[in-house]
Design a protein around this ligand. Structure first.
Ligand code: SF4
Ligand code: SF4
Length: 479
């Protein structure tokens, strides 16, 4: 089929109007290579590199063409064929893909170096001396919005096991991510606390590693497979019912480990286990979790109705997958900070609740989908249900929230012009929401949104946050 239904969904086609910049055009090029009509040469590589890999073309396709899998194969064949990479490109790739991402201890060292740069005044010195001017504009912009890095990851900070509050629904393994654990350690900690609050034991297997997404998307299939096997072994050994992901880009590869290892007789069964047990944290909370409802909290506190602006969270889906414990009734009505309800239990531990939480403040929120979360993990309703259910928060839909923000892994670094163009269009829509919080569910998208807010002079009115951090703040209160 060459119906073209995918064309309007494709950000690069929308930006350029050129057939070769569309999914249909790219598939035609891939077919020409597969049929031996052309080589996977530099021109082909350029075209493949222009693709964001956002996979918005997949849900739009009536023939269920697995574009993402085709793209990975195409990039793999480019990698095998190319002789054009400069030596420093090869060295940088080898250092990052083989020497850094697979080793969490080295990632932490990098986090420590970044932390030192950020905290010791070195950053001020570098900026003051004008050294950042040596870098291209898009790298300077990224440097300016990098969050505080950490030498210690989530396990080093809070330990590897965290029991559920109240009756245990299931045991969840947290996929902590390599970059996520260095740059967004707080989000990982907040994820653990939310899951505990919702009734899940949380285990964070220490031997897990990078998901392999950057490898797979860059044509380094062997590296991606090795990392996948490490993760499958780690979560199998931990005996978990679910594997929770709070980063759309990582989760999307975990749910496709079965495809990645489909021709590996030894691993394909465990890979399928891993793929079916991986779930987005929003979906886990909405479909299987238990969160304090505002209505219940108000009754417990004798404070009358405090139900927020949104609709109810969807009904329970009690452990629909085989072997997964049936959940208690799922989250209901509007989510409330437990501080309103003395009887509600609260987050406990570091999340001690109390009356000083921020959720009395009425806020307007909006949401940018993570492409991989939406198009691959097919989780777009659960985050919205959660947001609509937060007390005193008005959720406003962002126009074209389902369209890529231009982050796309490292696309904003490798293709800055197209990424910048896509971001500028995105921020026009963001402005119209009038929201104080722009939420998203993937670290790359979050950094891109922070960059957009700075670039468009909106930092006085709006803040970009991970959805988990926002929920944690509203449910557990500020610390
Ligand atoms: S993955 Fe995204 S950018 Fe690439 S062809 Fe599909 S819709 Fe277009
Ligand atoms: S990829 Fe799917 S939607 Fe796009 S042209 Fe082919 S069949 Fe049609």
């Amino acid at each position: 089929m060459r119906c073209g239904f995918c064309l309007p969904a494709c950000p690069t086609f929308r930006e350029t109007g050129i057939e070769a910049e569309s999914p249909r055009g790219r598939i035609a090029l891939m077919k020409a290579v597969a049929d031996g009509l052309m080589d996977p040469d530099e021109a082909f590589e350029t075209q493949m590199n222009h693709c964001l890999g956002c996979r918005a073309c997949e849900p739009a396709c009536p023939a269920d063409v697995k574009y993402g899998q085709l793209l990975e194969q195409a990039r793999d064949s480019v990698e095998k064929h190319t002789t054009t990479h400069r030596w420093w490109v090869k060295a940088a790739r080898k250092t990052a893909f083989d020497g850094l991402f697979p080793h969490q201890n080295r990632m932490r060292l990098l986090g420590g170096a970044l932390q030192m740069y950020q905290k010791t005044g070195l950053r001020k010195l570098v900026r003051g001396a004008g050294l950042m001017k040596m870098f291209p504009a898009h790298m300077r912009e990224m440097e300016a919005i990098l969050p505080d890095a950490s030498y210690k990851g989530v396990v080093e900070q809070i330990g590897a096991f965290h029991p559920a509050k109240g009756e245990r629904i299931a045991t969840v393994g947290l996929f902590r991510g390599c970059i996520m654990d260095v740059l967004f350690t707080e989000t990982n900690k907040h994820t653990v606390e939310l899951l505990n609050e919702a009734g899940f034991d949380v285990v964070i297997p220490e031997s897990q590693n990078c998901c392999g997404a950057l490898h797979a998307h860059s044509g380094e299939q062997d590296g991606a497979k090795a990392l996948a096997k490490g993760n499958i072994a780690a979560f199998k050994a931990a005996g978990v019912d679910w594997i929770a992901s709070n980063a759309g880009g990582c989760g999307a590869l975990l749910v496709e480990y079965d495809h990645l290892l489909h021709d590996d007789a030894q691993w394909k069964q465990d890979a399928a286990w891993c793929a079916t047990r991986t779930i987005d944290v929003s979906k886990l909370l909405v479909e299987h979790g238990r969160l304090q409802s505002a209505a219940q909290a108000a009754v417990a506190a004798g404070a009358g109705s405090m139900v927020g602006s949104g609709a109810s969270i969807g009904g329970a889906n009690n452990g629909s997958r085989s072997g997964v414990p049936a959940s208690a009734p799922a989250a209901v009505s509007a989510i409330s900070p437990h501080g309103h309800a003395a009887a509600s239990g609260g987050c406990g531990g570091s999340c001690s609740g109390g009356l000083g939480f921020a959720s009395d403040e009425k806020v307007r929120i909006t949401y940018q989908d993570s492409c991989h979360l939406r198009n691959v993990m097919r989780s777009s309703e659960a985050p919205r249900k959660l947001m609509r259910s937060v007390a005193n928060a008005e959720f406003v839909e962002l126009a074209e929230a389902d369209r890529c923000c231009g982050s796309a892994g490292i696309y904003n670094l490798t293709q800055p012009q197209m990424a910048g163009q896509i971001l500028d269009h995105k921020m026009e829509h963001v402005k119209h929401t009038g929201a104080q919080y722009l939420l998203t569910s993937n670290p790359g998208c979050l950094l891109q949104m922070k960059n957009g807010i700075e670039k468009h002079g909106m930092s006085g009115q709006m803040e970009a946050l991970h959805l988990v951090d926002f929920l944690h703040e509203r449910i557990c209160g500020k610390h």
